[in-house]
Design a protein around this ligand. Sequence first.
Ligand SMILES: *[C@@H]1O[C@H](CO)[C@@H](O)[C@H](O)[C@H]1NC(C)=O
Ligand SMILES: *[C@@H]1O[C@H](CO)[C@@H](O)[C@H](O)[C@H]1NC(C)=O
Length: 278
Amino acid sequence: NSEPKMMRSVAILIAVSQIAAAQLDSTACGRTKGCLFAPQGCNTGGSCQLTMSYVVDGSDMVFELQGKPPSTGYMAIGFSYDMVMGNDSVSLCHGNNHLLAYNQGKSTIPVNGGTRQSLETSTATNGETYCRIRRGITGDGNPQVFNLDAPYTIFLAYGPMNGAGPGYHQMNKWIMPRQALTAYSTTGGFNPNMSTIQPGANQLPTVRSNEDQLRVAHGICMSIGWMIFLSTGILFARFFRDHLPNTQPGGMKMWFHGHRIFQSIGVALTICGFVCIF
Ligand SMILES: *[C@@H]1O[C@H](CO)[C@@H](O)[C@H](O)[C@H]1NC(C)=O
Ligand SMILES: *[C@@H]1O[C@H](CO)[C@@H](O)[C@H](O)[C@H]1NC(C)=O
């Protein structure tokens, strides 16, 4: 029975080597580097979609990203002054590449950052992708490459590439709490002086992006339009034809008035639902 034993050893070896290849060491989080886990409250083991770590190393920041993007997709960090996409500095990795970018409105455009950013490592194992990006703390004067020694709201996202740039992340975007990215350094560990960040006035955690608001409005319009108004309109036609036969305002029976009003509101809500989503 040495064969099954050997098989088991090989299996354990493979498992260990794969654990070693997933390189974001979350045991160091909060001690020698800052970490953000998305979605918030996820379990560092399996349920996190995207984990990010940050630490100052000399005049650079080193970021790690680990997550479950689509194969050949990207993982991105956005540095934002507020809670909405637009006017954000972006660092992302995809495959064996990286990109320094800027959110101009809702589109992410590559920024020529020269040597401000480099990719140190990138691996993919077991559906988990890991990369380490080094980025200069200062932006070298380019207003689209933000200085990182100020607090930012951090966006984490992954999605497919679309040509040379990142494609739409759909629901795979998480707005993380505001961070002082320079609170951790490779030499001094955690600096508690940096940790007290007063949330800005626009830091309400439940703010939805405009796109999400429109999607919610679409859902509400369609649900109310179809579930309540259109269906009630049909019930008028089906069950109330014989009610109040002698009341005929405008020369039409009551059931038809009810039917027409409910159908009209239902149609209006359906149109509203369509307008919201396009
Ligand atoms: C981006 O936001 C910062 C901070 O509010 C502001 O100083 C800068 O002018 C903005 N840039 C653009 C292009 O809107
Ligand atoms: C934190 O702030 C105090 C008072 O301003 C200062 O004496 C101390 O050196 C600071 N600590 C670090 C690690 O910068």
